[in-house]
Design a protein around this ligand. Structure first.
Ligand code: MN
Length: 205
């Protein structure tokens, strides 16, 4: 399967459709949303194609992307949505929903392991070896290298396939409704992170 990668500046083109949901990942300057700005949003329809939307840090207008993120009829598929949803809220001012998180789904069904990283999931469930080599790099660079672009794309290209494998496992274990409730809560969890409750489990004793 030949991967196609398209780079866009500041927004998605108009009129893009994602009938089977859209896989999304973000790259930032670090792990603290208030400090580390959003640099890149990667999207895929699950067809081997990735669209990279690059932000220069001056404008986060992006009306087409914002409409997609908030579209109630398009499911957004993430791996560790908690971080991406917080970043998208902080920089684009959008509540991203509805969504599916492959990491949460994995934790609810793959109770035989504590390895829930994207690399682990893709290897076990899809038999694909992902490189994490460009994970720490300067995503704010004006011109992204080919290695950065292909790394960024690889983070969204497998999420549709993972969702369908994990959906089957959730069904098998009778945890589909529990997963859905967790996904629905995620924008609130992200809002709590942004409000300073990131290190606190308010459900603990
Ligand atoms: Mn990534």
């Amino acid at each position: 399967m030949g991967t196609k990668i398209y780079l866009h500046h500041g927004d998605l083109p108009a009129g893009m459709r994602f009938p089977d949901g859209v896989a999304i990942d973000t790259e930032t300057l670090g792990l603290k949303p208030h400090r580390d700005r959003l640099c890149l949003v990667q999207l895929s329809a699950g067809d081997g194609t990735a669209h990279l939307v690059q932000f220069d840090g001056r404008s986060y207008e992006a009306p087409h992307l914002k409409r997609l993120l908030a579209d109630p009829d398009t499911i957004k598929i993430f791996h560790y949505a908690r971080f991406d949803v917080a970043v998208l809220s902080r920089y684009l001012g959008v509540v991203t929903k509805p969504l599916f998180c492959t990491k949460i789904a994995s934790k609810l069904v793959r109770t035989y392991t504590d390895r829930h990283g994207l690399k682990d999931l893709v290897a076990e469930l899809l038999g694909v070896e992902l490189s994490k080599h460009q994970q720490s790099s300067d995503w704010a660079a004006a011109s992204l290298s080919d290695a950065q672009k292909s790394y960024a794309a690889s983070d969204v290209l497998h999420l549709h396939a993972l969702r369908s494998r994990l959906d089957a496992m959730l069904k098998r274990e009778g945890r589909t409704a529990l997963a859905a409730a967790c996904f629905d809560f995620l924008p609130n969890r992200a809002a709590m992170d942004l409000a300073g409750f990131e290190d606190m489990d308010i459900f603990s004793h």
